[in-house]
Design a protein around this ligand. Structure first.
Ligand SMILES: Nc1ncnc2c1ncn2[C@@H]1O[C@H](COP(=O)(O)OP(=O)(O)OP(=O)(O)O)[C@@H](O)[C@H]1O
Length: 504
């Protein structure tokens, strides 16, 4: 059954999707399933889209916004993520605007006037979930809908709605206002990281129309990514013993093969270096590691929430443009969701990330052009214990804060969120400790993908993980690389992990 009976969705004119894809978005063809998602959205269905990092989810709400009548509201958690998408749309001459806390008042008035004009020029409006709580915004939406100009609501990174998801944000939950107020306006929700529970939570919280909902849940598989865990300990300097030699070897390979060098130059890359991201847990670590790389003649810049916005923008622009001195971004998780640079050849996690979903998201910044790229995670048992200690400390702090503010301790949803993060961290630790299975399969399993269910969608790994490459070597590396459990237990007892900075 088609969707709502809105004034213009009944139009008999079928937009030429292939033409728009080529002419406006500059792409040759749709990737598998993109067309089906777009057609469902245009037919007025509510759509749930879960697909791997770099699948091309944004196009699934951007293209309908261009060919359909009315305006599409895009709700996105991060200003950086919005800017990234908006820059791409503007380059394609698509009228796109944003309203957020930093939009100057005059600009806000101009945008609002356009929205309420009865024939808005704006095709897509990007807002944060917090902005959607405002009375002025809500009143404007009511006017736009009254004029039958509200085409659809797109929610990017929709897992932020669920307390069982990572990166939960209270304001995301309040997006249920849209369906309550405009039951006939279709929604499209996109995410790369949702477990079955999170998926159900998103659909229920937003009150998506179950009878007409089109749900697309695709594999998380990224076959071009080579996942590997490197075992290490605090008695070893992973920089000198492992990372630097590995990086230097890549540089040598790129420079010493004339054909490869020519290919890189043609793609505006420099054979003397390689583009990558290193994730660290704290701001101090980003600065320290970037300085160390620079001292060794490798272009690297730090990126974290404590840097001045001009400096962050300069570091990002230099890195995106493959500018000398900007080859590696050493970043906290402030740099992640929505970063869409095609030729990132490696993502390194310098230590254990906070959650399984965070790991998958961040690793997913690599190889977005489909070419082989490496995702390397340094794992030590000291990092593990430090991660668990930080999580416990955060949990205790939240619990005290809840007790002090309400007198009654943590709410059920607060407990859910903590429980989820604890499970996710434990799952990531188990993933790292595992030397007996394919990394791609372990990731798929975490996100609830069935193995060998006959659908032909089972995750395939063609030597693209450390286990497939050499299971024996992987086992030996683990035995030799990690500190032994007895020593770690003594460290824990003496409170060695209490002194570390919090995540930032
Ligand atoms: N049909 C297509 N042909 C070629 N490139 C495409 C196509 N669709 C999308 N892309 C490109 O793929 C890249 C990834 O798209 P997008 O940023 O939408 O990914 P995503 O699914 O939102 O991923 P993530 O969840 O990791 O942010 C973009 O550079 C986009 O331009």
């Amino acid at each position: 059954m088609p969707g709502p009976s809105r004034k213009r969705s009944g139009s008999k004119v079928r937009p030429d999707l292939d033409f728009t894809l080529r002419k406006i978005f500059g792409k040759d063809s749709f990737r598998p399933v993109q067309r089906e998602v777009i057609e469902a959205a245009l037919a007025g269905h509510d759509v749930y889209l879960q697909a791997a990092t770099s699948f091309g989810k944004s196009l699934c709400f951007q293209l309908p916004a261009v060919v359909d009548f009315g305006i599409t509201i895009v709700i996105s958690p991060l200003l950086a993520l919005m800017s990234n998408q908006m820059a791409g749309l503007r380059a394609a001459n698509i009228r796109v605007e944003t309203l957020n806390s930093s939009t100057p008042m005059e600009k806000k008035d101009l945008i609002m006037d356009d929205l309420k004009s009865g024939h808005p020029m704006t095709r897509l409006l990007y807002v944060t979930p917090e902005y959607c709580l405002g009375e002025r915004f809500r009143d404007t939406m009511k006017i736009v809908n009254g004029q039958q100009e509200l085409a659809r609501i797109a929610i990017d990174e929709a897992h932020c709605i669920s307390e069982w998801g990572h990166d939960f944000r209270t304001a995301f939950k309040e997006l249920k206002w849209f369906k309550k107020e405009f039951p006939n306006v279709p929604m499209i929700c996109c995410t790369a990281t949702a477990t079955a529970r999170v998926r159900e939570d998103i659909i229920t919280t937003l009150n998506l129309n179950h009878t007409t909902l089109k749900s697309f849940t695709m594999t998380t598989a990224r076959p071009n990514l080579h996942y590997e865990v490197r075992y290490t300990s605090y008695s070893e300097d992973r920089y000198t013993s492992d990372f630097l030699p590995w990086l230097r070897a890549i540089h040598t390979r790129r420079q010493t093969h004339p054909a490869r060098s020519a290919e890189l130059l043609a793609a505006s890359e420099r054979p003397t270096n390689v583009s990558g991201i290193i994730y660290t847990l704290t701001r101090a670590e980003t600065e320290h590691l970037a300085a160390r790389l620079t001292a060794d003649g490798i272009g690297a810049k730090p990126y974290h929430a404590g840097l001045h916005s001009d400096l962050k923008a300069a570091h990002l622009a230099g890195w995106v443009a493959n500018k000398p001195g900007h080859d590696i971004m050493v970043a906290t998780t402030a740099f992640g969701m929505g970063i869409d640079k095609a030729n990132v050849r490696f993502v390194v996690h310098w230590s254990l990330p906070k959650s399984f979903e965070g790991y998958y998201q961040e690793a997913g910044r690599a190889g977005r052009d489909g070419k082989a790229s490496v995702c390397r995670l340094y794992y030590s048992r000291e990092d593990r214990d430090r991660g668990v200690a930080l999580f416990t400390r955060e949990q205790q702090r939240n619990s005290h804060a809840a007790k002090n503010s309400s007198g009654g301790g943590m709410t059920a949803s607060g407990r859910q969120s903590v429980e989820m993060r604890g499970r996710s961290l434990q799952a990531l630790i188990a993933y790292c400790e595992n030397v007996g299975a394919c990394r791609h399969k372990l990731i798929a399993k975490y996100f609830g993908e069935e193995e060998g269910d006959g659908s032909g969608t089972a995750v395939k790994c063609e030597w693209a993980c450390d286990w497939h490459k050499d299971p024996g070597l992987l086992k030996r590396r683990k035995e030799l690389g990690l500190a032994d459990e007895e020593w770690c237990a003594t460290q824990r007892e003496t409170g060695a992990y209490g002194e570390y900075d919090d995540y930032d």
